[in-house]
Design a protein around this ligand. Structure first.
Ligand SMILES: [Zn+2]
Length: 433
């Protein structure tokens, strides 16, 4: 008879020995790379250092500075003709959606989630090659963004690190529902629930299936039918129930909110970021500053939408809403920038093609930010919002070696960030021009 207990003891000893051996062995054998930087942009303190070097060991940054010794056997990457900065972070993407999905009912009926996910694989690669080594995906049906995240983390496909929300939570008929089909289809969004108990259960369900964060729709939207961007959607009790449950489960909450009342309701409920904030007013600005709530404006999409809506063929009611909301958003967001609200970079890439995300920088600067502030929004601030500052958002010892480079000086001309020449994620070169 086999002595099960002895076998268990032997196995656990073997596991302990392997665990003790492997970390050391992998640290010794990990590839060491030296990156020579022309201009190193440090968003942590807003400084720019000439001729710095970054030592990368395996997937992490080991050392950074000037005049540091190059380890023997290190591979060299020469970026001395370029500006180098931390991998960029987009806090508002929909990797599973593409511009043609705004065409109203046809894509809702004809596109399977499987097909959307295949398109999402391609979109994730485009976001990564545009320099976005981390994205927060805010809303995806079928938990497809979580599958995508896991496949990227497993090394099966290229893509950014994904802070994934799974389905966006909202009420029946709200922006996160799907209201385009006739009643007999009985179709609704995956994250729809009404009333405190159902919303608590939905939040728990979404966390159960692997969401890193929770996305809610606190106001109506522009590209949705039958809901007003200015109006709230949850009762105070409902929104508080979702936020409390998410926080209890260790998940941050991103709230889609255009109208000032919805922004204030969401901020009072304790959300971590307000997305879009088109009609943000002085009181909402004050409350956000007081609570430390991040603003994630998504401004560039308005330009692209107005230039392309006819070609895509979006329904007229969406264009009508966009004509009101988008110009107002510019003025109000500019006021929020001036008032010093904490800002994290977001794009809503999906409404326009993935890979154009960096066009948001120039708009942020046009609305009053300095180029360095816009870079901080997409690095240190964004990492702070995600709760990932110990992993991404800066070039410092111990962080993932997520490093990008562009020509010229993006601190003088922020549009340089639209033309990536080099992208490294986790110590691997994933794009090179
Ligand atoms: Zn969005």
């Amino acid at each position: 008879m086999i002595n099960i207990r002895a076998v268990r003891v032997m196995l656990s000893l073997l596991v302990l020995q392997l665990a003790a051996f492997y970390p050391r062995a992998s640290a010794q054998t990990a590839q060491v790379t030296v990156i020579k930087c022309g201009r190193l942009i440090n968003p942590v303190d807003g400084s720019v250092v000439q001729n710095a070097m970054i030592i990368v060991r395996g997937d992490r940054i080991e050392q950074v500075g000037t005049g540091i010794a190059i380890p023997a056997g290190a591979k060299t990457i020469d970026l001395s003709g370029y500006s180098v900065l931390p991998g960029l972070i987009d806090c508002h993407t929909h990797v599973m959606l593409q511009p043609e999905d705004e065409r109203g009912a046809p894509p809702v009926i004809t596109k399977s989630q499987a097909f959307r996910t295949v398109q999402g694989v391609a979109a994730a690669k485009r976001d990564l090659e545009a320099g976005f080594t981390t994205v927060r995906n805010v809303g995806a049906n079928g938990y497809s963004d979580i599958a995508l995240r896991d496949a990227i983390n497993a090394g099966d496909i290229p893509g950014p690190r994904i802070d994934a929300s799974g389905p966006a939570i909202g009420v029946t008929g709200g922006h996160c529902d799907e209201s385009l089909l006739a009643p007999e289809f009985h179709h609704k969004g995956d994250g729809v629930a009404d009333g405190v108990p159902a919303l608590m259960a939905k939040t728990r369900e979404i966390a159960k299936y692997g969401a890193d964060c929770i996305k809610i729709c606190a106001s109506g939207g522009v590209l949705s039918k039958g809901d007003a961007p200015e109006a709230t959607q949850f009762s105070d009790e409902e929104i508080r129930a979702v936020v409390n449950e998410a926080h209890r489960l260790g998940r941050k909450v991103a709230a889609h909110a255009h109208g000032a009342t919805a922004i204030k309701q969401a901020v009072a409920a304790g959300v971590d970021s307000i997305e879009h904030a088109s009609f943000i007013d002085d009181e909402a600005i004050r409350l956000m500053k007081q609570n430390g709530t991040f603003l994630v404006p998504t401004i560039y999409l308005g330009d692209w939408f107005m230039e392309n809506y006819q070609r895509i063929g979006v329904p007229e009611f969406m264009v009508e809403k966009a004509r009101v909301v988008m110009p107002a958003a510019r003025q109000n967001i500019a006021r929020a920038f001036k008032a010093g609200v904490k800002v994290a970079f977001g794009t809503d890439a999906a409404v326009y093609p993935h890979g154009l995300n960096a066009r948001e920088f120039a708009i942020m600067v046009k609305l009053g930010m300095t180029p360095m502030q816009s870079i901080q929004a997409a690095t240190t601030n964004a990492a702070d919002l995600l709760g990932w500052s110990d992993r991404v958002g800066s070039i410092a010892a111990g962080r993932f070696a997520d490093i990008v480079a562009v020509s010229g000086d993006p601190v003088a001309d922020v549009t340089q960030l639209e033309r990536m020449v080099f992208v490294m994620k986790g110590g691997q070169v994933v794009f090179k021009k």
